[in-house]
Design a protein around this ligand. Structure first.
Ligand code: SD4
Length: 322
């Protein structure tokens, strides 16, 4: 039987789920738990794909995308491509609670954060520097991922702009899109009062074109929450997934009575109609505490691991991809 409260998050981020659970136990709200849980991953630099010092862009800079959504009020705060600020999800929450806007991006988002008292720091580390240096020196190679993403550019640097000519698409570092390098945290929390919140935090895609914002900070794409129904959160190749608003769609399926696992599957299947082997996964929960997940079978992803914490279980769970 479903149980509340509930915390679930993408990928086996044990410390994040624990932090969210502890936040609930010490009286925090669902929103507090999502913020603290995702913050934990930002501090831990979960798999190098959340927080500072990972996935540098074409210029070698790490920038962050994050969002948080309050399912009671249908308020959202997001930051896209924020620079120099480590705690992206907390800035997202500040956007939600201290502005009338839903999404701030780039340098201006950083200035907003600084004005809100967030520390401005370099997000570069030795690791991100060497990732960038390696990429710069990499020769372009025939890209076997082309059959997955026919229009993908090979991930090799440096970028040579060709003025006025769109010779090839660039910026989709397809061979890096796999389970080891592409692991955004998405989290859903339902507290005992039935309030539902969801959020995401990521440093996006490696070697992205500066300015690129993925699915993670976009409401309905990266995550969605409606306390009368449930919530969903996504991970994977945002440039594709954001075209389908999979988190919104999964919540709408649950609104019509679909079970969470099936709702997740249907949203994944919709994307597969157009991109049969896209890399991505969804987690879903309904307001009674039922939950499920689904993933798209793709090179490097046969199974998807996610975390579940409720009064009955505190476990890493796994689902076979479809
Ligand atoms: C993005 N969706 O920026 C993110 C990356 C991700 O698992 O989810 N990785 O496209």
């Amino acid at each position: 039987a479903a149980q509340l409260p509930l915390v679930i998050n993408t990928w086996p981020y044990h410390d994040a789920v624990q932090r969210a659970w502890d936040t609930l136990q010490s009286g925090g709200s669902a929103l507090d738990a999502v913020e603290k849980g995702c913050s934990q991953c930002e501090v831990d630099q979960c798999r190098g794909t959340v927080g500072y010092g990972g996935n540098p862009d074409e210029h070698g800079e790490t920038t962050l995308d994050a969002m948080i959504m309050n399912g009671n009020t249908i308020e959202v705060g997001g930051v896209g491509q924020i620079r120099r600020i480590k705690s992206a999800i907390s800035v997202a929450r500040a956007v939600m609670e201290h502005s009338s806007h839903s999404l701030l991006v780039g340098e201006s988002a950083s200035i907003f954060a600084q004005n809100m008292g967030f520390l401005s720091e370099d997000l570069t580390t030795n690791k991100s520097l060497s990732m960038h240096a390696e990429w710069l020196s990499k020769k372009c190679q025939p890209n076997f991922w082309k059959n997955v993403f026919p229009d993908a550019a090979t991930s090799c640097g440096p970028y040579q702009p060709v003025k006025g000519i769109r010779s090839k698409k660039r910026g989709m570092p397809a061979e890096l899109i796999n389970v080891h390098s592409h692991d955004t945290i998405g989290m859903i929390v339902i507290d005992e009062s039935g309030s539902i919140a969801a959020g995401t935090s990521t440093n996006g895609l490696t070697h992205k074109i500066p300015g690129r914002v993925g699915d993670s900070p976009i409401a309905g794409a990266g995550a969605y929450a409606d306390s009368t129904v449930g919530a969903a959160a996504a991970t994977g190749v945002g440039d594709i997934m954001m075209r389908f608003l999979p988190s919104y769609q999964a919540v709408e399926y649950m609104r019509m009575g679909t079970e969470p696992a099936t709702a997740c599957q249907k949203a994944i299947t919709r994307i597969q109609m157009y991109y049969p082997q896209f890399f991505g996964a969804l987690i879903c929960a309904n307001r009674t505490g039922g939950y499920g997940a689904a993933c798209s079978k793709s090179p490097g992803l046969d199974q998807f691991h996610f975390m579940v914490y409720n009064p009955l279980t505190a476990l890493e769970q796994v689902v076979n991809c479809i």
